[in-house]
Write a protein that binds this ligand. Structure first.
Ligand code: MN
Length: 257
C-alpha cells in the first residue's frame, strides 16, 4: 500500500529504479538511512529513513547542514522501497530523470519514543550514524513557505548541537558518493554508454534520447560550476581541509550487464 504512489509515478520498463517488494524486517536489525544526491529538474538531497518496511523520504533542496542555526527545508515525498537505499545511477527519462548519487548511508535510531505519533505530530527526533552525517537531528513540520495553509509536506531538517554539529559545509566538503566514490560526472560517464545504447535500440525512443541529452548537458553545467567554485576556494577551506582520501580515488564500480 505504502508504495502505491512511488510505483504510480514511475515506468519500471524505462527506469532502472527498483520496483520494491516486501522486505521482511529482521528482528533486532538496525534501521537503515541514506541520503541520495539527486540532480533532476533541480538539485536536491533525498533523506530516507527506514520505517515499517519502507523508506520515509524527504527532499531537501539545499541538503543537510551541520550548523544547528540553519534550518533546511525538507519536502515530505512518497515512501520509497527499502531497496532504493542502495540505488545510484542514471534515470534516463520520466519522473526524477537525471542522476542519483548515494551521498551518505548508515543507520538511524529514533529519539522520539513513538515514531508514528512523532510523524503525525510533525516533530521527529533521531540520531544518524552515517559516513558524513552523525549525531542528533530533528525533522519538524512547518506551515510551509509562501502559502497560507501549506499542504503539510513542508518540514525543516535541523541539526542539534552536539559533537557532530559544526560550521563545515558538509555538502561542499564531501560532495561525492559513498558507494562509488564518484561525482555526478563519474556516474554518468560510467553508465552513459549502456544507457544510451539500450535506449537507442528500444523502448524510450526519441523522447528518451532528448531527455538523456538534457541530462548530459545538465551534468556538464553542474561539474563546470563546481570546478569554478573549487578553484575559487582553493586557497580557503579546501586547502586546509582536504577531502577524505576515500573520495579522491573513485572505487571501480561493479558493473551489471
Ligand atoms: Mn529525488
Amino acid at each position: 500500500m505504502a508504495l502505491d504512489e512511488y510505483r504510480a509515478k514511475r515506468d519500471f520498463t524505462r527506469s532502472p529504479e527498483p520496483k520494491g517488494g516486501r522486505v521482511a524486517r529482521r528482528k533486532g536489525a538496525s534501521l537503515f538511512f541514506c541520503v541520495q544526491k539527486h540532480l533532476a529538474s533541480s538539485l536536491h538531497y533525498d533523506l530516507r529513513l527506514e520505517w515499517d518496511g519502507v523508506l520515509l523520504s524527504w527532499a531537501v533542496p539545499k541538503g543537510p547542514s551541520l550548523d544547528p542555526s540553519v534550518k533546511r527545508l525538507a519536502m515530505h515525498v512518497e515512501d520509497h522501497p527499502v531497496e532504493y537505499g542502495e540505488f545510484e545511477g542514471v534515470i534516463p527519462d520520466g519522473y526524477g530523470a537525471g542522476v542519483v548519487l548515494l551521498w551518505d548511508r548508515g543507520t538511524w535510531v529514533p529519539e522520539s519514543d513513538d515514531v508514528p505519533a512523532a510523524l503525525k505530530k510533525g516533530d521527529l527526533k533521531f540520531r544518524l550514524d552515517g559516513f558524513k552525517l552523525k549525531g542528533s537531528w530533528a525533522l519538524v513540520r512547518t506551515r510551509g513557505y509562501g502559502g497560507s495553509r501549506g499542504d503539510g509536506r513542508s518540514w525543516l531538517l535541523i541539526k542539534h548541537r552536539d559533537d557532530w554539529s559544526g560550521e563545515i559545509d558538509i555538502t561542499e566538503f564531501a560532495p561525492d558518493s559513498v558507494k562509488s566514490g564518484g561525482s555526478f560526472g563519474d556516474v554518468l560517464t560510467e553508465e552513459l554508454p549502456d544507457v544510451w545504447t539500450s535506449n537507442r535500440e528500444g523502448r524510450g525512443g526519441g523522447d528518451t534520447m532528448a531527455s538523456l541529452t538534457e541530462i548530459v548537458k545538465k551534468v556538464e553545467r553542474f561539474e563546470r560550476e563546481r570546478a569554478k567554485r573549487e578553484k575559487g576556494t582553493a586557497s580557503g577551506a579546501r586547502a586546509t581541509a582536504p577531502r577524505p582520501a576515500a573520495q579522491k580515488t573513485p572505487a571501480k564500480r561493479s558493473r551489471k550487464r
